[in-house]
Design a binder for this molecule. Structure first.
Ligand code: IPE
Ligand code: IPE
Ligand code: MG
Length: 250
């Protein structure tokens, strides 16, 4: 395993896009693009860890994706089921903690069972976490959080007159996760498509034209190198940031 660099982004989130176009360009059915996309998920899961990343979040299925043709939704669900059945053993062997964000309760029962089992059997691993965003949408997440917050206010667990970001963000799906440092989108699209809108408030974005089935460890390395050339200021001035940065990242 390569030694992590001092400034590897701790949490990388990826909008995996371009499976359909990858297949269409080759005269193949879109399903073939999704199958190849799963191979990339496997490669990148371990590549990210080799590069010193501690948490990898992959946008696998959005709430809006239900509106695709029924047979494509069916293909994506069966691929997910196949992937989960095959990966559990690998996650346990390679000490990958697995978890999800999104309304997983609306996914088919077979998948829900696999998700629960995989999360349960890997929950004690602490070095590296893979998060799948499944049936995820940021706007739905905010509405779910607002509802949970209102219920907590009603039963006295939360105070209405004392809301700050750390008390409210506890009701998001990501309550126990760090914010993403780097968000990558493949396939040349430059939009967020309802992904981690609040958590990515200060994330760095890298857009690459590479289609997801073609995305390699070298592409991830290039995105991380791009991230490392930037200065994250969080609203402060460059001078303030340089005054507080540890010597090795100055
Ligand atoms: C990403 O590839 C996979 C999902 C959104 C599930 P797409 O299927 O969106 O591929 P394009 O954008 O049509 O090429
Ligand atoms: C975003 O990709 C969702 C996932 C990667 C799961 P889409 O392909 O669904 O996004 P749009 O429709 O191009 O914005
Ligand atoms: Mg797409």
């Amino acid at each position: 395993m390569a030694a992590p660099t001092a400034n590897s982004p701790a949490h990388v989130a990826i909008i995996m896009d371009g499976n359909g176009r990858w297949a269409t360009q080759r005269g193949l059915p879109r399903a073939e693009g999704h199958r190849r996309g799963v191979e990339t998920v496997r490669t990148i899961t371990f590549a990210a860890r080799d590069l010193g990343v501690r948490m990898l979040t992959l946008y696998a299925f959005s709430i809006e994706n239900w509106k695709r043709p029924q047979d494509e939704v069916g293909t994506l669900m069966s691929l997910l089921e196949f992937y989960l059945k095959k990966e559990l053993e690998t996650f346990v062997r390679d000490r990958v903690r697995f978890r999800t964000i999104g309304r997983t309760e609306e996914l088919p029962a077979g998948i829900r069972k696999l998700l629960t089992a995989t999360a349960e059997e890997t929950k004690h691993f602490t070095d590296y976490t893979l998060v799948l965003a499944l049936n995820y949408g940021a706007r739905t997440e905010v509405m779910d959080a607002a509802r949970a917050y209102a219920a907590a206010v009603a039963n006295g667990e939360a105070k209405l007159n004392d809301p700050n970001w750390s008390s409210f963000s506890r009701y998001l799906y990501t309550s126990d996760m760090p914010d993403p440092d780097l968000v990558i989108r493949t396939s040349g699209e430059r939009r967020v498509s309802n992904f981690l809108l609040l958590q990515a408030a200060y994330a760095e974005f890298v857009f690459t034209p590479v289609l997801w089935p073609d995305f390699t460890k070298a592409d991830l390395e290039a995105a991380i190198a791009d991230y490392n050339r930037r200065e994250r200021r969080f609203g402060l001035t460059s001078e303030q940031i340089r005054a507080t940065a540890p010597a090795n990242v100055r």
